[in-house]
Design a protein around this ligand. Structure first.
Ligand code: BV8
Length: 244
């Protein structure tokens, strides 16, 4: 288990980083796996500022379809386990690459959303953010009260992540004693750099995936569906992490 930081009273700092795989068993398509979104659509055709500038209606039709798909899904046991960890561990940080909102629906309260949210729209002129959970969307493409186009409030390829969010995630990774990496292909940066930051600080990195990734050579890989394996791992390690 994690190194002590000297004082005996120190309880381990635990960070959980999730990707699309944590929502797979809820029925939300992943991006790169079998049946993944990027298998059906080309990321550069839909998840870039250029794609939106070229055809905002097409991009919004894709996001409206994704919102409808997610709205029909429920959080799974992995999301619920993460929410329970947050409620009992004194030093816990959840960082997600997901935009589906299932962590929040499972009860997670403090979520560092690296890539934004399907459930927020942003005015392309003023930057104003508007929560919106209409499924389907009333208008496609939606417009702001000022008349300008609204865009999905997500981070597209080639766009920088919200500074405060990635900085908080980076600090948490640097301070982590234990990092659980759940359901991510560890391909997209800067999110994929977070486990490397934790490893450099000699943290214990445990990966939950149905197949190995580039991170697996440096992590403890727990093979199997997250909704099954994460609750089992938490039950086996809860006391250790609580310093019991
Ligand atoms: C940035 C939009 C600074 C929201 C997403 C060249 C030019 C420009 C940039 C780059 C470049 N080279 C690299 C970059 C950086 C680029 C990048 O990393 N590209 C990759 C593809 C190489 N990153 C960026 O552009 C980021 N911004 O760097 O800004 C900058 C700016 C300009 C120039 C340089 C730098 C922005 C990244 C965010 C992009 N937005 N989506 C949306 O519509 O969703 S990325 C997309 O991938 C999603 O957000 C998703 O979160 C993310 C990661 O995917 P995963 O979550 O890992 O999902 P995936 O399907 O890949 O994997 C699922 C995993 O789960 C698999 O391993 C599978 O085995 C597993 N699994 C499946 N089922 C289960 C399971 N595990 C457990 N249980 C199961 N049941």
């Amino acid at each position: 288990m994690p190194r002590s930081r000297g004082d005996q009273g120190h309880l381990p700092a635990v960070v959980v980083l999730t990707g699309a795989g944590v929502s797979a068993e809820s029925g939300v398509p992943t991006f790169r796996g079998a049946g993944g979104l990027w298998r059906t659509y080309r990321a550069e055709d839909l998840a870039t500022p250029e794609a939106f500038a070229r055809d905002p209606r097409l991009v919004w039709e894709w996001y409206d379809w994704r919102r409808q798909t997610v709205a029909a899904c429920e959080p799974n046991a992995a999301h619920r386990t993460v929410a329970e960890m947050e409620s009992v561990l004194p030093d816990f940080t959840l960082v997600t690459q997901n935009v589906d909102g299932l962590h929040e629906r499972a009860g997670s309260r403090n979520v560092l959303r690296l890539h934004g949210s399907l459930w927020s729209l942003r005015c392309t002129r003023e930057g104003l953010r508007v929560p919106n959970d209409d499924v389907p969307l009333a208008d496609i493409p939606p417009r702001c009260a000022c008349g300008a186009l609204m865009r999905p409030d997500v981070v597209w390829f080639g766009e920088t992540l919200p500074g405060s969010v990635i900085e908080a995630a980076w600090r948490a990774a640097e301070a982590a004693d234990v990092m659980l990496v759940v359901g991510t292909s560890s391909i997209v940066y800067p999110a994929a750099a977070l486990p490397v930051v934790a490893l450099r600080r000699r943290a214990r990195v445990v990966e939950f995936n149905i197949e190995p990734t580039d991170l697996s050579a440096y992590s403890e890989l727990v093979l199997g569906p997250a909704a099954e394996m994460l609750p089992v791992w938490w039950a086996a390690h809860r006391d250790e992490l609580l310093g019991a």
